[in-house]
Each structure stands twice: as C-alpha cells, then as structure tokens.
Design a protein around this ligand. Structure first.
Ligand code: ZN
Length: 88
C-alpha cells in the first residue's frame, strides 16, 4: 500500500516522481533528490541521519542540487512541512 507521504523526500520534503523508499517504504531507489541532494537510502536512512542532512542543508541556505528543477515560485516553508516527522 502506498502512503502519500512516501513520495516526499524525508530530508527536504520535495515530492518525488516515485517513492524514494519504494512502495513498501523499505527499498530505497538510491536516487538523488533534485532539491537537497540527499541520496535515498543513504543520508536519509535513520531519523538521526535525516535530521543531520536537513540541518546541514538548511544551514547552507537550502540550495537546490539541480538548480534547473527549482520552480520559480518555490518556497521552503511550503515544502518542508512534508518532510517533518518522516524520519523513522
Ligand atoms: Zn530532498
């Protein structure tokens, strides 16, 4: 069963084309988030790692890994709400 939240990056909350951790939430794709640059299955593997990656990304001014993928009207506040509490 696919939970809607599974589509979002655990670190920055960006919605992905496919679930970063697979439909079962246990099978990471090892793809790179276009926003925060997290590799799914690596920097987001534990709640501690998620917090560390998020803190690091925000402290750097939340740059986009792929600047060309950034929407013109992008707002961190609208996106990050999807990330909070996702770390397990
Ligand atoms: Zn991300």
């Amino acid at each position: 069963m696919t939970d809607e939240r599974n589509l979002h990056c655990r670190v920055c909350g960006l919605e992905q084309a496919s679930p970063p951790w697979g439909a079962d939430g246990k099978t990471p794709t090892w793809e790179i988030c276009a926003c925060c640059g997290t590799e799914f299955g690596y920097q987001d593997a534990t709640p501690k790692a998620v917090m560390r990656a998020r803190t690091s990304w925000i402290s750097r001014g939340y740059p986009w890994h792929e600047e060309s993928a950034r929407p013109a009207a992008w707002r961190l506040e609208d996106q990050i709400i999807h990330a909070q509490g996702l770390g397990r």
